[in-house]
Design a protein around this ligand. Structure first.
Ligand SMILES: Nc1ncnc2c1ncn2[C@@H]1O[C@H](COP(=O)(O)OP(=O)(O)OP(=O)(O)O)[C@@H](O)[C@H]1O
Ligand SMILES: [Mg+2]
Length: 333
């Protein structure tokens, strides 16, 4: 049996848009437009997509916090609407980092209190809390008020909280959002460890393509409420690696020429990676059909005629970002 099955989930939100002081208009937002995927037992599954894609909505439906308008979903075989209580028993959930933490309690008290709410016997709870504090490296700060914690410390306690019931399935919504590199790495390490050593099934959302690539066994790319593709990071990258990806650093009048590069035959897309308009400097990413060698002379020529100078060119291995650009540009954005 699969750990998670989502079948054609649809969710609409009705929102009011203010039009002046006394008038507002109703607008329907289609947060999910038929989202389907399955997650295998023991897998780390990444739901990757930009802001507003529908990641949190998906996690909320799967954790019974929201009802879908249509479609079905199962967690360890239990239906998220008809067997909501059973579903919740399978899950440890971390929604946004500070959600569910009491600021006037210490980190340790938060975990002990939550354990009591989950009916874990006090003696077991004590041991478990100590182990989790160690796991997330918070023993030293365990007796400070959460109010005095940094974001990274709150994240670690929230994460530990999701692990209290030792549930077989974990949902982590943007677990490293806003954390410094060291804290983010710590969280990622623990996620890997939970998967490897304890065989947990983990669904995590992120908009960080690098993180999804580094952590997930399989990834679903979601955008505007639709799943665009599902596969292992390698499979996804192989699907776009028919051609090279160039990263070109240009100086001078680069504005007009970027569009022109896009219309060269064999160029699949052009994207501005970064720019410093004041310094007249930009880094452009160019996806090609074939090899860099075949297309480079034309590209350099177009740049030069447009008044831009090439400072550096590198040929990149396709990243998940290229997969994403490819998928979204194919839809004619
Ligand atoms: N309670 C709500 N009321 C109205 N619209 C909502 C509500 N919750 C979400 N939405 C809308 O649904 C869409 C999907 O939102 P969702 O929070 O699932 O995106 P997300 O992928 O988690 O984005 P982010 O990366 O910003 O967290 C967005 O357009 C959002 O504005
Ligand atoms: Mg979200």
């Amino acid at each position: 049996m699969e750990a998670i099955v989502a079948e054609k989930l649809v969710k609409r939100f009705e929102t009011k848009i203010r039009k002046g002081l006394f008038r507002s208009e109703k607008k329907v937002v289609e947060a999910l437009r038929g989202v389907s995927f399955t997650i295998r037992r023991g897998e780390i599954f990444g739901l990757l997509g930009p802001n507003g894609a529908g990641k949190t909505t998906t996690i909320k439906i799967l954790s019974t916090l929201l009802l879908p308008d249509s479609g079905d979903a199962y967690v360890n075989g239990y239906h998220v609407v008809r067997e909501a209580r059973k579903v919740r028993e399978q899950l440890g959930v971390m929604l946004y980092i500070e959600k569910g933490l009491y600021r006037r309690l210490t980190g340790r008290e938060n975990l002990e209190y939550y354990a009591a709410l989950q009916h874990i016997p006090p003696s077991d709870a004590k041991r478990r809390v100590e182990r989790l504090l160690e796991l997330v490296e918070m023993t030293e700060h365990a007796d400070k008020l959460v109010d005095e914690y940094s974001l990274g410390m709150k994240a670690r306690i929230s994460f530990a909280r999701a692990l209290i019931t030792d549930a077989p399935i974990l949902f982590l919504d943007e677990p490293t959002l806003g954390l410094d590199p060291a804290s983010a790495r710590k969280i990622r390490d623990v996620i890997r460890e939970l998967s490897r050593r304890e065989g947990k099934t983990i669904l995590l959302t992120t908009h960080n393509m690098w993180e999804a690539d580094a952590l997930a066994d399989r990834i679903a790319i979601i955008d505007q409420g639709r799943i665009l593709t599902i596969g292992s990071p390698m499979e996804l990258k192989a699907a776009v690696s028919k051609g090279d990806v160039l990263q070109i650093e240009v100086m001078g009048a680069y504005n007009g020429v970027i569009k022109k590069i896009g219309s060269i035959g064999g160029v699949r897309y052009v994207k501005l990676d970064s720019e410093e308009p004041a310094a007249q400097r930009a880094v452009v990413r160019v996806g090609l059909d074939g090899s860099a060698r075949d297309h480079l002379p034309t590209i350099v020529d177009v740049l030069a005629r447009g008044g831009a100078r090439v400072r550096n060119i590198s040929v990149l291995a396709p990243s998940l970002e290229d997969v994403f650009i490819e998928l979204t540009s194919r839809r004619g954005r």
